[in-house]
Design a protein around this ligand. Structure first.
Ligand SMILES: [Zn+2]
Length: 416
């Protein structure tokens, strides 16, 4: 295919999988020659827009080749490399490439099982919540009920009659979506270990205790407003666009926290620009939701909402004072709080956020490396990461924002 702007020719090597036949998948990369962001879709009808296909002839000089998979990371040897026909045939199995020093065949197999489950139970419905949210906010139960039946293609349905049932139905969808976008390793390593005990705590607490917990959390801004006005619009957007970050989910599936450990991998389903804006938005929302998870965890771990484990900063004598800190200070304060830190799993990286805020990020599209100059006073201070690592952070942010949304809602519901 050709870059529509500068006419540079690219050869696309697509890893064919069962997904490709069912959905349209995003292809996104930056043109090596002119820097334009090239976006295509690949699916049932082949590559679109149509007419951009390019097939190299045997014996032609090397062509810039892009390996593509809708759900797996791409290894360096097929990321925008000059390959001739034979080389590109030899190097093109993305599946095989990944097994050479990046992931074991067991890990890839486990990820494949997760992908199949997501493909069946979630991907066809990924846009449903985005379509329903504005109607729920408007509070029109009849319209909600009708739209719901249409989206799920239900012929005979029991109409949703009360606002309560409508909300319950919506949050159930969010919860089901969540369960379908987390791999089993994440379920074991994070959900069961850090999140479930908080839900159990709320469940087993008395009405009075939950009511007072809610009042304490609300001192620094109502938690119900956080999830209704801030978290939910973000969550439905991200779920609708989930296909853009699927290749980055393999780390959570393999139980890998540090992306770098598994070598220099690429992602070709999202642009850097979109990934960074997704990260910054997720960061701000998660920071504002943090007090809920930290407050409840303080209660579970220390029996007091205001008692932090191994607090770093002095003078933070209450959850309210904590909630008033800047994001950077919150993260600093929690540095030695093992439970919370393990839960966060690097999803709140202040250096990346600061650099983005001050336009201190350099992105190199030829290797997908991101350099963050996070200190405006000292340009030599840099933090480096890859695009796929950034996407993994966006993914973990999304999971945490959903978890806190569901937890905060449980608190609000029980305190009524
Ligand atoms: Zn170009």
């Amino acid at each position: 295919m050709e870059c529509p702007t500068c006419r540079k020719v690219y050869q696309l090597k697509i890893q064919y999988d069962q997904n490709a036949q069912i959905f349209d998948w995003p292809i996104c990369f930056e043109c090596k020659e002119c820097g334009d962001i090239l976006e295509f879709t690949y699916g049932q009808k082949g590559l679109r827009p149509v007419g951009i296909d390019y097939k190299p002839q045997q014996g032609e000089p090397p062509v810039t080749t892009l390996g593509y998979s809708s759900s797996l990371p791409i290894t360096d040897e097929v990321y925008l490399k000059e390959l001739n026909d034979t080389e590109s045939m030899v190097l093109y199995s993305i599946f095989f490439n990944l097994q050479r020093g990046h992931f074991t065949s067991e890990e890839i197999h486990a990820f494949d099982i997760f992908l199949r489950q997501m493909q069946e139970n979630f991907l066809p419905y990924r846009g449903v919540m985005k379509a329903l949210l504005p109607i729920m906010v408007k509070g029109n139960t009849a319209a909600f009920s009708k739209k719901w039946a249409g989206l799920f293609d239900i012929k005979k349905y029991k109409p949703i009659e009360t606002a309560r049932k409508m909300k319950e139905g919506f949050y159930e969808l969010v919860e089901k979506s969540y369960l379908n976008i987390i791999p089993s390793a994440y379920y074991k390593n994070c959900y069961q270990r850090y999140v479930q005990p908080l839900f159990e705590y709320i469940k087993s607490s008395s009405f009075e205790d939950v009511k007072s917990l809610k009042e304490r959390l609300d001192e620094s801004g109502k938690i119900s407003l956080w999830y209704k006005d801030t978290a939910l619009p973000y969550v439905v957007d991200r779920l609708n666009d989930i296909q853009k970050i699927i290749p980055s989910m393999i780390y959570a599936s393999a139980g890998v926290s540090d992306v770098q450990q598994r070598g220099d991998l690429k992602i070709v389903t999202i642009s850097y620009k979109e990934a960074i804006s997704c990260y910054v938005r997720g960061y701000e929302i998660l920071i504002k939701g943090l007090k809920t998870i930290v407050g409840v965890n303080n209660l579970v771990e220390n029996g007091n909402i205001d008692t932090f484990t191994n607090p770093k900063l002095g003078g933070i004598t209450s959850i309210t004072k904590f909630a008033e800190l800047t994001g950077g200070k919150m993260i600093e304060h929690l540095e030695n709080y093992v439970t919370i830190n393990s839960f966060l799993d690097g999803a709140l990286n202040n250096k990346v956020r600061n650099a983005a805020e001050h336009e201190g990020i350099r992105y190199d599209a030829t290797n997908q490396h991101i350099t963050c100059h996070y200190d405006t006073k000292d340009d030599s201070k840099v933090y480096e990461l890859s695009l796929i690592a950034l996407c993994k952070m966006c993914y973990i942010q999304l999971l945490h924002i959903i978890e806190i949304t569901l937890l905060a809602r449980k608190i609000v519901e029980k305190a009524q």
